[in-house]
Design a protein around this ligand. Structure first.
Ligand code: TRP
Length: 324
């Protein structure tokens, strides 16, 4: 028998910085074409809207990944083994996480790592209550840079990095590679990576998923401008921007843009930016991989793909990768 611990999630905050965020925003807007980092999507409202996206009929990703997890959880738990520490990069994926917390054998700790502090704390508290025998140790950090792992009370046998949702696709190939390298570090010796990767497929299916008929993805995209207004002294007029998402076959990614519907000048923290009519700010890319492409990227980060699970339609994959 092992002892339950009292659920008191203790938060560790690391390496986030508003000054650095603002510098990144300004730099992106000075570029041509203009870009903004998707990490600014996720304030409270952004996180809520994202949850809604995952429930949309057109958005097959979450539903498909969940069905894969449910179907293969026995095999996944068997591969991970007992007394692991589960380190989730991001904390928005509560249902998938719950499947793991329910089925993994005597988890030493669950460590969610997220840049959105409030969302992280709320999610961690809920999970700590639901799983009183699992030590929950949230870390508020920008996980694209190496961070220190908190020390669980029980010594874990191995670290399992969990990165669901095909969030890896939201990083440019170079950054995705660098992130896999951070994961390799955080997994430590004998560690592994469990990752959700969306696959290349018909353009129409992809474009529908990011242009839902209810307009939730559009609201999610536009919310970034509202956030810049609220938190970074910007003055975007949301009625002068439109959502656009399109698939580019080469290199194989959905691109999400905010299109300026007229010529206009906006100001962010005192700096003016001009946008011509039809000019866009790219807010996010969602790269789609073939199994071979992903295996090659993982290999360069030091991982070998051990097992791939897919839905019958081959839309989505969950992959278990070992440190070489
Ligand atoms: N990673 C998922 C994807 O690329 C989820 C996601 C991230 C998303 N940002 C998004 C979905 C913006 C819609 C819009 O699909």
């Amino acid at each position: 028998m092992w002892q339950s611990v009292i659920p008191t999630p203790e938060l560790t905050e690391q390496n986030g910085s508003k000054t650095r965020d603002l510098a990144e925003i300004l730099q992106g807007l000075r570029q041509s074409p203009k870009v903004l980092s998707p990490k600014f999507f996720y304030d409270d409202l952004g996180s809520q809207l994202f949850e809604k996206i995952t429930e949309l009929p057109e958005y097959y990703l979450t539903r498909t990944e969940l069905s894969i997890m449910r179907k293969h959880i026995g095999e996944i738990a068997g591969l991970i083994g007992p007394h692991a520490s589960l380190i989730e990069f991001g904390s928005g994926s509560s249902v998938k996480t719950r499947i793991l917390l329910e089925h993994l054998d005597r988890l030493a700790a669950y460590v969610p790592v997220d840049i959105s502090r409030d969302h992280l704390v709320a999610a961690a508290e809920a999970l700590a209550l639901e799983f009183p025998h699992i030590e929950v140790l949230p870390v508020a950090a920008d996980f694209t840079q190496p961070f220190d792992l908190p020390q669980p009370r029980v010594m874990p046998l191995r670290n399992i990095v969990y990165f669901p949702g095909s969030t890896i696709g939201n990083f440019m190939p170079g950054a995705a590679q660098a992130l896999l390298e951070v994961m390799y570090q955080e997994a430590k010796e004998d560690g592994a990576l469990l990752i959700g990767v969306d696959l290349k497929k018909d353009k129409a299916i992809l474009e529908r998923a990011y242009n839902d008929s209810a307009g939730v993805t559009a609201r999610f995209n536009l919310n970034m401008l509202k956030r810049l207004n609220n938190e970074f002294s910007a003055n975007f007029d949301l009625s002068k921007f439109a959502h656009r998402a399109a698939y580019r076959t080469s290199p194989g990614r959905i691109e999400m843009h905010l299109v300026s519907t007229c010529g206009q000048t906006v100001s962010v923290a005192g700096e003016d930016f001009h946008l011509g009519e039809g000019e866009t700010i790219r807010t996010e890319c969602s790269h789609k991989y073939t199994l071979e492409e992903f295996a090659e990227m993982a290999r360069r980060a030091g991982f070998v793909v051990h097992t791939v699970w897919m839905d019958p339609g081959g839309l989505f994959s969950v992959q278990y990768c070992l440190r070489e």
